[in-house]
Design a protein around this ligand. Sequence first.
Ligand code: PMP
Length: 379
Amino acid sequence: TVYLDCNATTPLEPRVQSVIQRYMEEEYGNAASPVHQYGEGARMAVETGRTQVARVVGARRDEVIFTSGATEANNLAVLGLADYGLATGRRHLVTTALEHKSVLEPMEYLASRGFSLTILPADSSGRVSAQNAAAALRPDTLLVSVMQVNNETGIRQPVEEIATVLEGHDAFFHVDAAQGFGKELVSLQHPRIDMISASAHKIFGPKGVGALIARRRGGSCPPLQPLQFGGGQEQGLRPGTLAVPLIAGFGTAASMAVRQEQQRHSACEAFRRQVLAGLQGLTYHINGDPQYCLPHTLNISLPGVPTMEAVRIVKEHIAISSGSACTAHTAEPSHVLHAMGLSEKRVATAIRLAWCHLTPPVDWPSVVQQWKQVMNKGE
Ligand code: PMP
C-alpha cells in the first residue's frame, strides 16, 4: 500500500533517524546541565537544532521556542497574548474559517472569555482575501492569525499580502506554517510576520516536537505569557526538560528541507503529473484552485462515493484520508471545504491525496477501476 497521507504526517528521513538515535543512546545528557560533557553535548545539539530551524525562515536562533508541535505553538501564540490584550484593552482577534482546530479553538475559548472574534470567510478557490483582512482590522485588534498552507486542500493563503495590509497597524501577526514550513520558503521571510508555528513531523522529522518562532521586531518579541510554569527553559515560555533527540532530529529535518527544496518540489510536481494522468477517465472535481496549490496535495470529490467508502475501497493500493487526521475520527464533515462554499454532497465525497519526494509509484489503473465500480453501483 502506497502512503498518500503526507499532510497528516510524513515518514522519517533516514538521516534524521540516525541523529535521533545518537541522542537517545549515546549523548543522553540534559541540555540544562552543561557542567559535564553529556550535558554540554546535549546543549550543543539543541543550539544547533535551533539555528537550523531558525534558518528556514531567516530568523535568529534566539527567536525559536521549542514546543511539542504546532498544536502547542498555536496555543502559545493565541493564549499567550491574552494577558497583554486584557492589560492594554485590545480584545479583538482575527482568524480565518480555514484554520486548524488548534488555532480556532483557543480563539473561540478567548471569545467565550470576553474577547471579540472575527472569522474571515474563504472563497471557492480555497483562499481568504487580504481585502477582508484589511476590513476586519480595528484599533483594538490584538492578533491576526492566518495559516500559510491549508492542510486539507494544500492551498497557499495570501500571507504576504496580509502582512502588507498589516504594515502600520499594531496587531500581532501569527502564521500557522505547519504545512508550508520547509516547503514554501519565501512567504515566511516577510518581516511583518511576528510569530510562526512549525512542526517537525510534517517535514520528515519526528512527532512530538515543533516550534513557535517569535520574531523580535524592533528588538523585542511579542509580549507572550507562558502557558506552563517550571524550570524556566525556552526563555521561560516553555519550561520543561528539552526533548534533545527530537530537537536534534527537527533541526536535521529542517536543514534538509532547505537544502533539498528544489529537488523535492520537482519530485512532487512529477508525481502530481502522474496522478492527474492516472485519474484520466475518472469523473471527479478538484476542491480548491490548483493555481494556488502546493504540488504535493490534491483534494478531490468523487461524485456519489462517500468519503469513507472511497478510502476503504482502495485501501489495498493507497492509504489516503478525508482531510484532517485530527478530526477524521469524529466523521464530521470538513469545516474547511464547507467554508469554501462547496455543496454538502461535494464535502461528503471529498478525499485528500498527499504525497512527497519519497512516494513510490501507484498502480493508478487499479485504483481508478475500483472507484469506478462503486460510482457505477451508485447510479
Ligand atoms: N496546523 C496545521 C495546519 C496542521 O496541519 C497541523 C497538523 N495536522 C497542526 C496545526 C498540528 O500540528 P501538530 O501535529 O504538530 O500538533
